[in-house]
Design a protein around this ligand. Structure first.
Ligand code: ZN
Length: 872
């Protein structure tokens, strides 16, 4: 993102009142006819584009976007075949900094329709943006090249000259001239193909609806497509590198579900004439919602359900549903400017979960969404948070908007609103919004207006308090049952971008009347609100509220004794709110540990609920003094040992749908932090076993982490071999990321070197993140990163680099080290770092403060609350 800093304030507006970072509004595009000829071997391309435009006012020059392109010819016609004009510009001025080209003409061009013809050449870059190269090696060891695109946010200008702003929608008629042997894909379906000289083929695609430039796509390479599946008249295919068609059926099933689900939910037909889901070996994001031609990283699309962990399968379902939701929300109706990107992404996140929940209700996707909401709450309780809708001036600042606050907080507040208004009223408002604004651009207020029409409630007034300011409230329940709110802050003090006085849609219910509907109440501003009192009264009923709750001690004890009367998401919130209070120093750690004891006693079986406790244990592991480590190990074994014994390593017939995820996380924690000798021995046996069924996909990653924690050269070599020859993209990830889990310092160095050489740049920053998060090797890995900083920053896509830094949150065992980290990071700003980097450093500081406050009492707290004896 980069929050605007004083020296980056927008330059003076231009004469017509638009900010200097916006293109002049004197000319508007309507239709692009684009012919591109990529040369995959030379990593270049040439192109011709005809753009139908309207000249709105008399002008002497025309300005549009272009970057890393050479314009070889330009001509403007008025489109009148009977004696119209044909003007060549006197100068073609490229401005690399502003990424623009200005065509200046000798005379004045009168208002009216015209057509601009441009010829150009460009490069297929290796930066995973614009028109770029991706490579893969076949089974015979031959390398092949794919030319593919990633235009969002502002990289269409690297592929062809264009008015590269989301509001300047136009139709696109694409023609690709490619080698005869290569396949070609774009947004539209193939209209006709014809041979060209020189062993080439001319592939002409159907014209798209009017859409933004960031949604244009073309993919050329030795790729295969599955037979199309007819989904109510829409042909759906998966496109992949050769030999992977067996990994496509699950994505086709999910894709067909999503197409039908959204067509029905939105009440509007799918807005393109086909849908290709394209797996690209090198891809910076998870996926990209190009109209009719969605691109994915392979692990987010290609999967074998029989060889995948449940979470890996859910990931594919999530991403496919997310992108297909965008076909309507984003592609058909689009934000006016990049500050509105939150609406695109928050809504797609919300719809993704809704669609996956309908696809497999037994997955309880709204419960696991609690973990994602918590990820947003964890950042949004920092002074360095930001409002969801955030000023974006220069378009490159949009890059920093693709974060947890846009997606997870945005999706969470929409879910809160949907639950408060009621799903039918919410859906009616969405239908209204999409129908009213089809093929147009909107601002956030347009959505609130539609929801106000459907609900008759002041949606805009409520939602502005969640979208236009950072942070969220802690809803306090008084001894008399009354409710009040204060801003929640991990530092204990409000400040920074944390706001105040939210309009909190509170749902509450009595545990003693489970059949009653939850009661809605709008907690407004700082005035306390009366609520039905009683120890058995639960606030945030259903668990979809984006806020935390603080109960009187007696109520917490009462709720802990009635965990079975709470829904999984309600239990999740009780535990995560308790942990957040402890992390913020507002409640004793013993509260969390006591609640963990109650969860164990009540036979808690939900992996999301337990994930909060496991996360807390992970932080204990980082801050506890070495001499107290046996106490932590003993506590972990005491708390999780019986659960692990019950779950075992193998799937069982009576497993719940979510049991495999719980099994995996409990075994991992016991075998690593708990140093459980029995678990370690069994993990080692299974890893070494010749019998391939000894490693089940759901627990494989946990077993690898356990093996790595004590493993050596032989295990490392075995991991490396599997990473290099994986059966599926998920297996590749499992073995790659486990290479960062070895405790042996020498092996950590090897993994570091691998990340800077062999590992694809789409994955390498995540390997570095995990190396830094490794308890024994993290400090040394961080040192190596600083030693190789320039190489790393130059090598990897700028939008993933801030994720690499996420690992430093774990370097919280020593304040001196944390200070060094902060000093280095602040003096070496990342191009797309912005708020994300500030947030990571503040989280590091929160963890350090927790350690300094709690370190010496932890062993005693654990032993007292769990009744565990150190070392047992
Ligand atoms: Zn999205």
């Amino acid at each position: 993102m980069s929050a605007p800093t004083p020296d980056e304030t927008p330059a003076d507006p231009s004469a017509d009142g638009t900010p200097a970072y916006r293109l002049p509004t004197s000319v508007r595009p309507h239709a692009y006819r684009l012919v591109l000829t990529p040369d995959l071997d030379r990593a270049t391309f040439s192109g011709d584009v005809e753009i139908d435009i309207t000249v709105e006012r008399p002008v002497t020059s025309i300005t549009l976007n272009a970057a890393e392109l050479e314009i070889t010819s330009a001509e403007l016609n008025d489109g009148n075949p009977d004696g119209g004009y044909a003007l060549a510009p006197t100068t073609i001025g490229l401005d690399p900094h502003e990424e623009r080209v200005e065509l200046t003409f000798a005379g004045t061009i009168d208002p009216g329709p015209a057509t601009l013809h441009l010829s150009f050449t460009g490069i297929l870059n290796d930066k995973l943006h614009g028109f770029y190269r991706s490579t893969f090696t076949d089974d015979d060891g031959h390398e092949h090249v794919i030319a593919t695109t990633q235009m969002e946010s502002t990289d269409a200008r690297r592929a062809f000259p264009c008015w590269d702003e989301p509001e300047l929608k136009a139709t696109f008629e694409v023609t690709l001239v490619v080698d005869e042997a290569l396949a070609a894909f774009s947004n539209g379906s193939v209209v006709d193909e014809a041979p060209e000289a020189g062993g080439k083929r001319r592939v002409h695609f159907s014209t798209t609806m009017a859409m933004s430039t960031y949604l244009v796509a073309f993919v050329v390479g030795p790729l295969e497509a599955t037979e199309p599946v007819d989904v109510s008249g829409v042909p759906l295919r998966v496109v992949h590198t050769p030999g992977k068609s067996h990994l496509a059926p699950f994505a086709l099933t999910v894709g067909a579900h999503a197409l039908r689900f959204f067509t029905e939910y939105f009440g509007i037909p799918y807005p393109a004439d086909k849908l290709d889901l394209v797996a690209i070996p090198d891809f910076a994001f998870g996926a990209m919602e190009n109209l009719g031609c969605v691109t994915f990283r392979e692990s987010a699309l290609l999967v074998d359900p029989a060889q995948a962990a449940r979470v890996e399968l859910e990931r594919v379902a999530d991403v496919v549903c997310h992108e297909i939701a965008h076909m309507w929300f984003g592609d058909l109706v689009t934000m006016k400017w990049w500050n509105g990107i939150w609406l695109n992404e928050a809504f797609a996140t919300f719809m993704e979960v809704l669609a996956v929940d309908a696809f497999r209700p037994e997955w309880q996707r709204w419960v696991s969404f609690g973990v994602e909401r918590e990820a947003a709450l964890a950042v949004d309780g920092l002074h360095a948070t930001r409002p969801v809708e955030f000023h974006v001036g220069r378009p490159e600042e949009a890059q920093g908007m693709f974060d947890v606050l846009t997606y997870q907080k945005g999706g969470s507040v929409l879910r809160m609103l949907e639950q408060f208004l009621g799903p039918d009223v919410f859906r009616e408002g969405i239908n209204d919004y999409l129908t009213t604004h089809s093929h147009q651009n909107t601002e956030t207020a347009d959505l609130w207006s539609a929801l106000e029409r459907s609900s008759g409630r002041p949606v805009g007034r409520v939602m502005d308090t969640w979208i236009l300011q950072g942070g969220y409230p802690l809803v306090r329940v008084g001894d008399d049952g009354g409710l009040s709110q204060v801003p929640f802050s991990y530092s204990g003090e409000p400040g920074g971008a944390i706001g105040s006085d939210w309009q909190v849609p509170v749902l509450s219910r009595s545990l003693d009347a489970p059949a009653e509907e939850p009661r809605p109440l709008l907690l407004e501003g700082s005035a306390p609100a009366a609520a039905p009192a009683g120890a058995g009264h639960l606030i945030n009923a259903g668990g979809s509220g984006y806020y935390r709750v603080a109960y009187p001690t007696a109520t917490v004890r009462h709720l802990a004794s009635r965990l079975g009367d709470l829904a999984p998401l309600e239990r999740y919130n009780l535990v995560s709110d308790t942990w957040a209070a402890a992390l913020a120093g507002q409640a004793p750690v013993a509260d969390l540990v006591g609640l963990a004891r109650s969860l164990a006693d009540s036979g808690e079986g939900d992996p999301s609920v337990w994930s909060v406790v496991l996360g807390a244990v992970g932080l204990f592991d980082r801050v506890i003094p070495e001499e107290d480590r046996p106490a932590l190990e003993g506590a972990v074994r005491h708390l999780f040992g019986p659960l692990a014994a019950d779950l075992g390593f193998d799937p069982r017939d009576d497993d719940g749908e979510r049991t495999p995820s719980l099994r995996s996380s409990v075994l991992r924690t016991l075998g690593t932090i708990g140093a459980d000798p029995g678990i370690r021995a069994e993990a080692g046996r299974r890893f070494g076993a010749a019998d391939t069924t000894a490693l089940h996909p759901d627990t494989e990653s946990a077993v690898l982490d356990i093996v790595a924690s004590t493993g050596g050269e032989a295990e490392y070599q075995a991991f490396l071999a599997r990473y290099r020859a994986p059966a599926t993209p998920q297996e590749e990830n499992r073995y790659l990321y486990a290479l960062a889990s070895f405790s042996d310092p020498g092996l950590a160095v090897r993994t570091f070197d691998l990340a800077l050489s062999e590992v694809r740049s789409q994955n390498a920053p995540f390997v570095l993140q995990l190396l830094v998060a490794n308890r024994t090797n993290g400090p040394a890995a961080w040192q190596r990163i600083t030693d190789h900083w320039d190489d790393i920053v130059g090598r990897f896509p700028s939008n993933i680099l801030p994720r690499m830094l996420d690992g430093v949150r774990s370097l919280c065992g020593s304040k001196a080290l944390a200070d060094q980290v902060a000093e280095f990071v602040l003096s070496h700003p990342l191009p797309a770092g912005g708020k994300t980097v500030e947030q990571i450093l503040e989280r590091l500081a929160v963890n350090v403060a927790f350690g300094e406050r709690e370190r010496h009492g932890l062993a005693g707290t654990l032993t007292a609350a769990l009744g565990a004896t150190p070392g047992h």
